[in-house]
Each structure stands twice: as structure tokens, then as C-alpha cells.
Design a protein around this ligand. Sequence first.
Ligand SMILES: *Cc1c(COP(=O)(O)O)cnc(C)c1O
Length: 387
Amino acid sequence: MIYLDHHATTPLDPRVFEAMKPFFLEKFGNAASREHEFGREAADAVEAARARVAALIGADESEIVFTSGATESDNLAIKGHRRQDSRDKIVTVATEHPAVLDSCAAVERASNLYVIHLRPGSDGLVDPAKIKAAVDERTLLVSVMFANNEIGVLQDIPAIGALCKERGAIFHTDAAQAAGKVPIDVRAMDIHLLSLSAHKMHGPKGIGALYVRKRIPRVKLQPLIDGGGHEGGLRSGTLNVPAIVGFGAACEIARSEMSAEAKRLGKLRDKLWRGLSRGLDLVTLNGHPDQRLPGNLNVSFKFVESESLMMALAGIAVSSGAACTTTKAEPSHVLKALGLPEDLARSSIRFGLGRFTTAEEIDTVVERVVAAVKKLRKLSPLYKAGK
Ligand SMILES: *Cc1c(COP(=O)(O)O)cnc(C)c1O
């Protein structure tokens, strides 16, 4: 089995697992029970992990709120705002993750806020001029993801941050795919709110964080979950100590290995693209060729249905760009927003490389994909006619 679906989730790094283990068994204390040693031990571990998460994005420890993952962080970042009379607009992008799009839609239904969805260019990037035109003195919140989970493109976050600062709008970015893969500095990039997920960076599932800026400006949010007042009142509930410790370890490893790992993955990704584009005709890369995550490749194989191709690739875990939402396979909203014709959107495959991906695996994948696409096209009257 070869796993190339690292945008969906990543395997736990064994070093992360080792760090977590004691907190399931002997170190089981409640981090809120500071009156005894069991609780203090857990609380100290949580604070050490918080510092590691903060260090990955250039934040202060006090600005990290632990959540159940990036979905919850996106919900809190978007739904946590009190309506202001002077600012009633949210600006976001059509290619965002459903956690952002659906949170925006919920806010729009529940309050008098209205949402504007910007369209990216055909390369997946939002033109900062478009954002400049949309963000004004009535804009409360701007939410633009750091890296896209399907096509891997990296938006111009510093430019968007600077613009939001100038217009007095709050800037949220979903960095679930970007964190640990590319450098992030919330201060230099003028980010106010940032969503993280541990399981996208070789940490455990069910844990994430929201960075909430404390100074210049101090961002005030309303909690989604009320209770004992954990996490500065923003997220009540007993802390998941083993998961938080694992998240901290994952951040520390990602931070120390990021630059070397980005180079390694970038080379493997380029090797994969070279192999596919040399071995086959009518293959196209979706998304900007360079402004993308080092481990992402999204390719359309014209005249081949992605579902059939994935079936032919048994033993290789990839994902179709056409994510199945319900029973009906809808073409991906991301590829549609790029203006990709429906047939190309339905023939796209997302390759996601990760920490344990090897050059040998890439060789095997190139061989298998090239053979499978050739075989499927042989059966396609459209391919013969279209040639
Ligand atoms: C995976 C992902 C999420 C959801 O994160 P969870 O921690 O699984 O809730 C949100 N946004 C993006 C961009 C993602 O890739």
C-alpha cells in the first residue's frame, strides 16, 4: 500500500506517539486540577505544548486556544463575532474549505451580516486587487485560507493581511494545510485569527487550535461552547491532554525539520509531475505551478474518469478532485471555481505527499498511473476521436 492522500490526514509520527503515551496511562490528571500533583503535571504538559504550537506560527502562548480541530477553529473564528452596526460584511473566497464556507453561510442566516465570495483566477490565486476592491470600511471579517486542501495553492497572505490592517478588518486564515509545511509568522503577516489541525501534520486527530491575536488589535470572540471557562473562557471542556501533548510534539518536529523536508518533498513532487507529464499526453496541472505546497500535485487526465482511475490504482491511496458530497459525485467546488471544464474536473486526481513518502514509492506510482491511464484511454472512444 502506498499512501499519497496526506491532505486528508497524515500518519502519526512515532515520535509524537511516544510523547503522548505516558499521558494515557500514568499521567492522567485533569489539567484544571491544579491543587494536586496529578493535575499540575498535566497542566505543565499542556502549557509546554501550547508554547510549541505558538512557536510554529510566531505567536505568544497566551494567544493559542485549543479546539477539537480546524473545523471547530474555523467555526469559532467566523461565528464568534458580535454584529457591529458599522461593519456588516464578510469577505471570503469560493475555494475555501466547507468549514469556512458553511460557517459564513450560518452567520449570514443568523445575523444581518452578508458574505461576499471572491473568485480566484484560473491558477487558484486570488488577485490582491480583487480583495482590495472588496474590503472596505464596512468589512468586519476577511477569511482567506493559507493553502488550499485540493490544489495546494498558497495565497498571498502578507498582502491580504496588510490590506485588512489598513481597512480595519479582522483577518482570519485557515492554515490547516500550510502549518508545518511553509513558514508562518502571524505578526509579520498581520494575521488576527488562524486555524490549525494536528492530524494534517503527523499529529493526532481530534485536536487543533485557533490563534487569537491579543495585541494591536485585541480580537474579541464569543465562545461557541460554554461551561467551566477553560481556554480563557473561549472553549470550555476538560482538556484532551494526550492529544495536546502530541500536537505540541508534532509542531516541534515540523518546525525543526520544515526547511529540509520542504526541499525533499518538493523534489519528489516534481519527480512525480515529470514522470506523469513525460509518460502521458493530455495531462494538466491544476493550480499555480510554483505558489503551492511542496507535497501537493493535482492533475487532470483528460478522457479518464477519476473514479475509474482510482479503481485501477488499487493499493495506492490518492483522492479524486471530485469529492463526493452526498450520493451524487459532484465535481469539486474548488476546480469549478477555477473555471475548469466539467470533464477535466471529473478527471482530476489529488496526490498528497508526506513525511514518509519515498522516491521508490513515487517511481511505482508514476509507473502504475501511466499504465492505468493508457489502458483506460484505449477503451475510450472519446480519446481516439479527440486525438
Ligand atoms: C482538514 C482541513 C480542515 C478540517 O480540519 P479538522 O481538524 O479535520 O476538523 C479545515 N480546513 C482545511 C483547509 C483542511 O485541510
